[in-house]
Design a binder for this molecule. Structure first.
Ligand SMILES: [Mg+2]
Length: 168
């Protein structure tokens, strides 16, 4: 039952993702959440570390784009700072939004990964769309009110995921 909410991978941050391993598993396109995944929700300046990581993606021949439910000017500013295409106002977890991002990337279901900090939008939506899902820990605790409420349920799911995955 909970399977739809489980990520394929769970890491501390985007910087802990093994890109070589991702490549080896056939991933060519990466859909990135913005808030608290690649940048803290209260920050408007893309840090150098992030720019370098995105450079690493393109050097590794990954296609990448940002998929965000946010629509504010800050989001498009960050997308242009890191020079990535943006699909904003996405309405994740709706499958349609992931399809829009895949159109931008030009990659298929088996070749696309979703990276995000939220179980109920990024992971659940990515799973529904049939994509590889990677959960990261949120970069800050600046969150929308509804996100804060969902975090409680999220913690339980992550705990179970960790229990299952540590058994192997
Ligand atoms: Mg987020």
């Amino acid at each position: 039952m909970l399977k739809r909410f489980y990520p394929d991978r769970y890491v501390k941050s985007i910087y802990d993702i093994d890109l070589n391993d991702l490549k080896a598993s056939g991933i060519k396109g990466i859909i990135l959440d913005l808030d608290n995944t690649i940048i803290a929700r209260n920050s408007s300046i893309a840090p150098k570390e992030l720019k370098l990581w995105i450079k690493e993606l393109s050097e590794g021949d990954f296609k990448a784009c940002i998929l965000s439910n946010n629509w504010k000017a800050r989001v498009s500013s960050i997308a242009s700072q890191v020079e990535l295409p943006l699909v904003a106002r996405a309405a994740k977890p709706r499958v349609k939004s992931f399809k829009r991002a895949m159109c931008v990337l030009g990659t298929g279901y088996n070749e696309t990964a979703v990276i995000g900090d939220q179980v109920f939008t990024d992971v659940f939506g990515g799973n529904l769309a049939g994509l590889h899902t990677i959960l990261v820990m949120p970069m800050s605790n600046h969150e929308a009110f509804h996100t804060k409420i969902l975090r409680r349920f999220e913690r339980r799911i992550i705990k179970r995921w960790l229990n299952i995955n540590n058994r192997h």
